[in-house]
Design a protein around this ligand. Structure first.
Ligand SMILES: *Cc1c(COP(=O)(O)O)cnc(C)c1O
Length: 339
């Protein structure tokens, strides 16, 4: 048996999704003529209470476009030190936007208004870059899939509004967060200037992310996407997968969360595990006695793939291509590693 717990990006399109892709109506999206993309953008924007949206090939691109839209060269943005936009986007903040990054030490990547407020630079002092953007991540990838609730976001949004700072959400796994917190997607739009939503993580589309914002920002985002080489033509075949994901594959995320919980429970009773970050969604991060590579090798021999998050830290991610029998199989393998 093979169980791939490396990431929720490894999912393959389901038969229903392939059917939807096959029958998509397409056109040239750079001319604005792809009706499937237009429909996906309208649907995603409405879902989160935002004015407009743009479909892009990846979450990295939607985040980088957002940063470009909300900053000027020489500005500074604030993010947690674990933030994907900083750690895993190849240094794109500096390259694409010529913006510096102020990194904070959140609690498992979660920031508060109290943490952010003293880090905002005095805009009248020319020594300092202007702080013009805060980026939050929900769920927090490196924090172990933990969530912000809207109650936690609200004071940050109020602080940003008061200081004329834009607020962007890296919502690569926002639907996992919504599944856990029970907050409503439609309530998000009032707090954020921009939101990135990935369709190719837990939602199971092969490609794609949407950036949501006000109409003017999205008009500018179309320019930036073109410059980055992300202006796609008959990409409605891909948007159809995203549309199908939104319509049919959000509800099932709870199953991934249940699977992650079962893994957490087992790991908490393994004597080779020194701690598990409490599980909220589909990510399980845990620390090990020996180096992670030792256990990853043992698991790989059983066909179970996972990744190291640090020297003694392993990450499991559950997703739609990990079925209940595979979770059971993994649980047995984890127990067998007891010493
Ligand atoms: C996966 C991910 C992204 C986007 O990644 P792509 O592979 O470029 O789609 C952005 N933010 C977070 C937190 C992610 O986990």
């Amino acid at each position: 048996m093979t169980v791939d717990l490396r990431s929720d990006t490894v999912t393959k399109p389901t038969p229903g999704m392939l059917d939807a892709m096959w029958s998509a109506k397409v056109g040239d999206d750079v001319y604005g003529e792809d009706e499937t993309i237009n429909a996906l953008e309208a649907k995603a924007a409405a879902l989160f209470g935002m004015e407009a949206a743009i479909f892009c090939p990846s979450g990295t691109m939607t985040n980088q476009i957002a940063i470009k839209c909300f900053t000027q060269p020489l500005d500074e943005l604030i993010a947690d030190q674990t933030a994907h936009v900083y750690r895993y986007e190849g240094g794109g903040i500096a390259f694409n936007s010529a913006v510096s990054t102020r990194l904070l030490n959140g609690e498992r990547g979660v920031l508060t208004a109290e943490m952010i407020s003293p880090e905002i630079n005095d805009p009248n002092n020319v020594h300092y870059p202007r702080t013009t953007l805060v980026v939050l991540e929900n769920t927090v990838n490196k924090g172990g899939g933990n969530c912000y609730t809207l109650d936690q976001i609200k004071p940050i949004a109020e602080l940003c509004a008061k200081r004329s700072i834009k607020l962007h959400l890296d919502g690569a796994r926002i639907f996992n967060a919504l599944t856990f917190t029970k907050d409503k997607a439609a309530d998000y739009g009032q707090y954020f200037n921009g939101i990135s939503v990935c369709l190719s993580k837990g939602l199971g589309a092969p490609v794609g992310s949407v950036f949501l914002a006000d109409k003017n920002s999205i008009a500018y985002a179309r320019r930036v996407r073109k410059v980055l080489g992300g202006g796609m033509r008959q990409a409605g075949f891909l948007a159809a997968a995203g549309m199908y994901a939104l319509d049919h594959q959000v509800k099932r995320l709870q199953q991934d969360h249940d699977h992650a919980k079962s893994l957490e429970e087992t790991l908490n009773n393994c004597n080779w595990v020194t701690g598990v970050l409490s599980v909220e969604t589909n990510i399980v991060i845990f620390d090990t006695v020996k180096e992670a590579s030792y256990y990853l090798q043992k698991l790989a021999e059983k066909g179970i793939k996972a990744s190291a998050n640090d020297v003694r830290r392993i990450r499991f991610v559950t997703h739609l291509d990990v079925h209940p029998d595979q979770i059971q199989y993994t649980i047995e393998a984890l127990k067998n590693l007891n010493e």
